[in-house]
Design a protein around this ligand. Structure first.
Ligand code: 5AD
Ligand code: SF4
Length: 472
């Protein structure tokens, strides 16, 4: 694998040579989750080294890059809309068009591109992202269309350049892929089976980030708390002994907690079934691990959860919440919920509302069920009509918003530890930061507080942010 990356680094040099003297520009559009964003940071890192400069205006770009997601339907409309726009540009001048990411692992999509959008230059999938320099070199030199997609799981690769979006918070991918096959979800088909990075590489990366001044680290994976499980069960053949003593997610948290300079550790997304005792204890013991935990519910109905293949019941989920609340002081929870999964009855939906009322989530990410080609959910006959899905979604949204309002009131009068992230977007005289529970806090203060942890006394709240003053 090391040789493979060295080869790519050579291609980076070759493209840089071709581009010498030309101030080439690229425009990147990223859809989807934080893992995709992290992949885009790697693509930007490679482009940077190849002599390209990032710009926001597509009309001035020499290279248009689109990193796609396919978890929900509207993503497809967005891609094809974008491809229409790019055709107009391609008709007037030579622009390289490259499309990558999860959607490219779906054959019906790549077929459609081949048939209807033949002017796309490079198509690459989730397992071949690291080949981007070679793909680009070949397009530039041979003027050929490149399709670089493989179905087998990609290797875990290290050592590619990266250009991060923030100088305060950084994402670190710790594992890729998913073995769970929730019946609504396309991810296991487009991201392949679970592959974890060697803990030594992760720890080295976080230490490097701490040195560069980063304060907050988010550990990423489709299923972070099953980190190294495939390696330990032998599903993925590696010599786990070579990985050293850090052989579980809980131990990884404890190790990263020791790294000087890092103030906060977050992680997404875990699966409730993998919240073993050691993980709960590590969250409790590690002072830097934020106590906002994302615990995807998906549905509150045991019957729907079974059809979704989630491997827990409503009661088991609530028991886990109780157990975590008891063991972890100041715990707050966020979640993902899908409404309108096939077969969801009014009663099932009421169960979802019931769990939401009982848990009192800090944040709920709500989704309307979207049929994904190739998943078991898509083949189920009892699909829910669109109007019912939307009505349920609106009811859930109303409940969640009333809860957030109530919850916000609890902050007023408290003192919160805030990581200062920068100037407020809407008011440049104010600073913005976030609490441990990821709430946005707006306050007055001097710019040199940026990237510092400070205490803020909250004095008022709005739906999406809190306001406060610096506590001396
Ligand atoms: N339809 C709607 N929402 C989905 N999610 C995943 N697949 C689908 C789908 N087919 C949601 C889940 C997951 C989040 C990232 O996206 O709630 O946790
Ligand atoms: Fe999709 Fe389920 Fe895997 Fe999450 S755990 S990526 S929802 S299959």
């Amino acid at each position: 694998m090391k040789q493979e990356i060295e080869k790519q680094l050579q291609y980076i040099e070759k493209v840089k040579e071709i581009n010498k003297g030309n101030k080439l520009k690229y425009n990147i559009l990223t859809m989807g989750c934080q893992l995709n964003e992290n992949d885009s940071e790697k693509l930007c890192g490679m482009l940077d080294k190849m002599g390209y400069e990032a710009i926001d205006n597509l009309n001035e770009a020499d290279l248009a890059l689109f990193n796609t997601c396919c978890v929900r339907e509207n993503a497809e409309d967005k891609l094809f809309g974008k491809l229409g726009e790019l055709k107009r540009i391609k008709n007037t001048r030579n622009i390289v068009i490259a499309i990558g990411g999860c959607m490219m692992q779906e054959e019906h999509i790549t077929e459609k591109i081949k048939q209807s959008y033949p002017y796309v230059d490079i198509i690459f999938g989730t397992h071949t992202l690291q080949n981007f320099p070679k793909d680009l070199y070949e397009t530039l030199t041979k003027r050929e269309k490149i399709k670089d997609i493989i179905d087998i799981d990609g290797e875990v690769y290290e050592g590619l350049p990266i250009k991060r979006d923030s100088q305060i918070k950084a994402s670190v991918t710790i594992m890729n892929g998913c073995n769970n096959f929730c019946s609504y979800c396309i991810v296991p088909y487009v991201r392949g089976r679970e592959r974890s990075r060697n803990p030594k590489d992760i720890i080295a990366e976080v230490k490097g980030l701490a040195k560069e001044g980063y304060k907050e680290i988010t550990l990423l994976g489709q299923n972070v708390n099953s980190y190294l499980r495939s390696e330990k069960t032998g599903v993925r053949k590696v010599n786990i002994e070579e990985y050293g003593e850090v052989d579980s997610f809980a131990k990884l948290l404890r190790e990263i907690n020791k790294i000087n300079g890092i103030e906060r550790i977050r992680f997404v997304s875990p699966h409730p079934k993998d919240f073993t005792e050691d993980v709960i204890e590590a969250i409790r013991d590690c002072n830097k691990v934020c106590k906002l935990i994302h615990l995807p519910l998906q549905s509150g109905s045991t019957q729907v959860l079974k059809a979704m293949n989630r491997k827990y019941t409503k009661d088991q989920y609530l028991e886990l919440v109780d157990k975590m609340k008891k063991q972890i002081p100041n715990l707050t929870l966020s979640t993902d919920i899908i409404v309108g999964f096939p077969g969801e009855t009014e009663e099932d939906f009421e169960d979802t509302l019931d769990v939401v009322k009982r848990v009192g989530f800090e944040q709920v990410y709500m989704f309307i069920y979207s049929r994904r080609v190739g998943t078991p959910g898509d083949k189920m006959e009892n699909q829910i009509p669109e109007d019912i899905k939307h009505k349920r979604f609106d009811r859930l949204k109303a409940l969640v918003e009333s809860q957030i309002q109530q919850n916000n009131e609890k902050y007023v009068g408290t003192v919160q530890e805030v990581l200062v992230e920068g100037l407020s977007k809407n008011n440049k005289n104010m600073l913005t930061g976030r609490t441990d529970s990821n709430k946005v806090v707006i306050f007055e203060g001097s710019k040199d507080l940026i990237n510092k942890m400070i205490k803020i006394k909250i004095d008022s709240e709005c739906m999406w942010y809190l306001k406060g003053i610096i506590e001396n």
